[in-house]
Design a protein around this ligand. Structure first.
Ligand code: HEC
Ligand code: HEC
Ligand code: HEC
Ligand code: HEC
Ligand code: HEC
Ligand code: HEC
Ligand code: HEC
Ligand code: HEC
Length: 411
């Protein structure tokens, strides 16, 4: 054999080996760690293109617990029962993914989520019962009587479909029924490709929806001692601690998830955010929930991981006094409005006169804010955004009622 052909053979051989290394280096970590045929077929093939097409997706996936545990692109993206599929570059993938794709591996979380108000109740709050099957309604009504079997929200209807999609729906679709028979979406808190626990524990994650004048939980938290300490000390916290062993040394200061969901120091993690509540604070008049005793005991158990019981009992007693006082103020205003309607001075329709908006803001902004502030450590919200407004708006409303009566007497 001539030297030239040996040289070419060696050159091509070396080039092939180098190329193989280069291509291998481009494959996601999961392939390298578990080089099974099916994984390479799924994740590797998807990543080959998607590293060009949507690099962020592949990058986020690679840093996730899912990649680390060998969950492939196709494990999530293949169609589940009842999902519309589409052909995609030699694969069959689902046209849209829902909570059902996650539920195939995370049934416990899905079942708890379904029992919470983040499930069907959240969607019914905007769209009523219409989009649900009878089975779905029956199931959710067992946990939240009256919360699903109700008409579509009057304000939503008045504002019209166009704005709803990016308004009410964007927050309330956390419990929207999907075409495949499942309900809701897990990625509102988890994001699609990072599956990060640390992200879910961020106050800002809940604050995507829990903010603004009608449910100022993020703002209240931020100004509470808890929020201030969290922001000051977060760098030293282990935000990604395993939920099964999360301790107060990982997170010595609570975020939203600590109080409402986490399994701190041996408590059980829950995706049912209703479990630890004792009042319907969002309601115009806040009654005790049927699960008052269990709800309050469960939340206090969390507080007691970091506080003494006398402190917490006092805190709850004072907060409950704010609920009682706010209920009385809201009821007084409802009575004024009811008598104006009885006297025929205003229409029975909602949201067709300026005074309707004062009545709505009264409990929906100021009343709620005062109650939420009391339970989550927001003095400014109990006082200036809450009770000050409750006083001022009541005077304004009484004046309007008097003016209406005077006008009517002159008719
Ligand atoms: C041969 C290249 C190629 C392969 C292989 C490939 N994709 Fe894609 N994929 C694309 C391109 C190109 C797009 C369109 C990107 C755009 O619209 O900007 C796309 C879009 C998508 C979309 C969005 C579809 C939509 O219409 O909303 C998903 C989801 C997706 N790919 C998932 C996957 C998964 C999962 C795999 C592996 C099972 C995969 N892809 C394999 C090239 C590929
Ligand atoms: C843990 C489940 C999961 C895994 C694993 C996963 N995806 Fe996704 N992916 C989702 C979800 C959920 C969506 C949102 C789909 C929807 O809204 O219908 C999505 C959306 C996408 C989109 C559309 C993004 C956009 O914003 O337009 C692409 C492309 C995609 N995935 C590619 C991939 C690729 C490539 C892999 C593997 C490297 C992968 N996914 C792994 C759950 C997953
Ligand atoms: C094919 C099975 C499978 C699917 C589908 C799947 N996961 Fe997972 N998921 C896992 C496994 C395995 C783990 C690691 C479990 C463990 O460590 O206990 C995990 C862990 C997680 C974690 C915890 C991450 C951490 O930091 O500890 C979250 C959050 C999560 N998944 C959310 C989702 C969401 C949201 C979806 C749907 C978009 C989904 N998963 C789809 C199998 C799956
Ligand atoms: C995508 C929007 C969205 C995100 C993100 C979100 N929530 Fe919610 N949450 C809602 C909606 C909407 C409701 C009201 C449901 C109803 O009562 O109709 C709600 C209700 C609640 C309730 C009251 C439940 C009850 O029984 O009255 C709690 C507590 C709660 N969320 C906690 C959280 C926590 C903690 C997080 C973050 C880990 C979070 N939420 C993230 C939209 C969201
Ligand atoms: C920024 C996110 C967001 C938007 C936009 C939003 N909501 Fe909500 N909504 C929430 C959250 C969070 C709660 C839970 C409040 C609580 O429990 O304190 C809630 C509670 C409610 C409730 C009381 C709970 C129940 O089940 O009865 C109703 C009703 C409601 N929203 C209807 C609507 C309507 C109608 C619209 C649009 C006109 C809308 N929301 C827009 C986040 C939002
Ligand atoms: C309201 C926000 C929210 C929603 C919606 C949500 N999660 Fe979570 N999830 C969390 C938080 C917060 C944690 C971490 C709890 C903790 O601190 O230990 C978590 C933890 C997890 C874990 C790890 C649990 C463990 O014990 O290791 C899995 C798996 C998971 N979620 C899956 C899901 C699935 C599946 C869905 C949809 C059915 C879902 N999540 C919906 C907020 C959410
Ligand atoms: C220190 C613990 C703690 C923290 C931190 C905390 N909460 Fe709360 N939250 C409570 C308590 C206590 C209540 C009132 C419970 C009851 O009804 O007995 C409450 C009530 C609520 C409600 C009202 C439910 C209703 O009936 O209307 C929502 C929604 C909520 N919290 C969301 C959040 C969000 C979002 C965050 C973070 C921005 C947060 N919480 C931070 C303890 C906490
Ligand atoms: C993970 C630990 C942790 C949990 C859980 C927790 N807290 Fe705290 N809390 C703290 C820390 C730390 C401080 C600041 C204490 C200090 O100033 O030394 C604090 C401060 C407070 C303060 C302010 C005290 C003051 O005088 O400034 C109140 C009130 C409070 N917590 C109530 C609660 C209630 C009510 C719960 C349960 C719903 C709760 N906390 C749950 C850690 C926690």
């Amino acid at each position: 054999m001539e030297f030239k052909s040996v040289f070419i053979a060696v050159f091509i051989g070396t080039a092939l080996i180098v190329a193989a290394f280069l291509i291998n280096g481009q494959r996601p970590g999961v392939d390298l760690a578990h080089p099974t045929a099916s994984l390479i077929r799924a994740t590797g093939k998807c990543a080959e293109c998607h590293r060009q097409e949507t690099a962020a997706v592949v990058h986020q996936y690679e840093t996730s617990v899912h990649a680390n545990r060998g969950v492939t692109c196709l494990d999530c993206h293949q169609p589940s029962d009842g999902q519309v599929s589409m052909d995609h570059r030699g694969f069959t993938i689902a046209l849209a993914l829902t909570a059902k794709n996650c539920a195939q591996c995370h049934t416990t979380e899905y079942d708890q989520f379904q029992r919470s108000r983040h499930g069907a109740a959240a969607w019914a709050a905007v769209a009523g019962a219409e989009d649900f099957t009878e089975d779905q309604i029956e199931f959710a009504e067992r946990f939240h009587p009256g919360a699903i079997r109700r008409p579509a929200n009057a304000l939503a209807q008045l504002e019209g479909d166009g704005v709803l999609t990016l308004g009410c729906t964007a927050c309330h679709e956390i419990g929207k029924p999907n075409l495949d028979g499942s309900i809701g979406s897990c990625t509102q808190c988890h994001s699609r490709h990072s599956a990060s626990i640390a992200l879910a524990r961020e106050p800002q994650t809940c604050g995507q929806c829990h903010m603004g004048p009608d449910h100022s939980q993020l703002e209240i938290y931020t100004e509470s001692k808890h929020g201030v300490l969290f922001n000051a000390q977060r760098a030293s916290m282990n935000m990604a601690a395993d939920p099964k062993t999360l301790s107060v040394s990982d997170m010595p200061v609570p975020t939203c998830s600590t109080c409402h969901m986490s399994g701190l120091d041996g408590l059980k993690v829950t995706h049912d955010t209703t479990e630890r509540l004792s009042y319907w604070l969002f309601a115009s008049t806040s009654d005790k929930r049927p699960t008052y005793e269990q709800g309050q005991a469960a939340m206090k158990e969390v507080c007691l991981k970091c506080h003494a019981s006398t402190q917490i009992d006092t805190f709850y007693r004072e907060a409950e006094e704010v609920v009682v006082a706010t209920n009385a103020k809201v009821e007084a205003v409802s009575e004024i409005m009811a008598s104006l309607r009885d006297e025929g001075l205003i229409s029975p329709e909602p949201f067709d006169e300026p005074i309707d908006f004062i009545e709505f803001d009264y409990w929906h902004y100021y009343g709620r804010t005062a109650k939420h502030g009391a339970f989550m450590g927001g003095a400014d919200f109990v006082q200036w955004h809450g009770n000050y407004e409750l006083l001022a708006k009541r005077i304004e409303l009484e004046e309007l009622a008097e003016a209406l009566r005077r006008e009517h007497a002159n008719d």
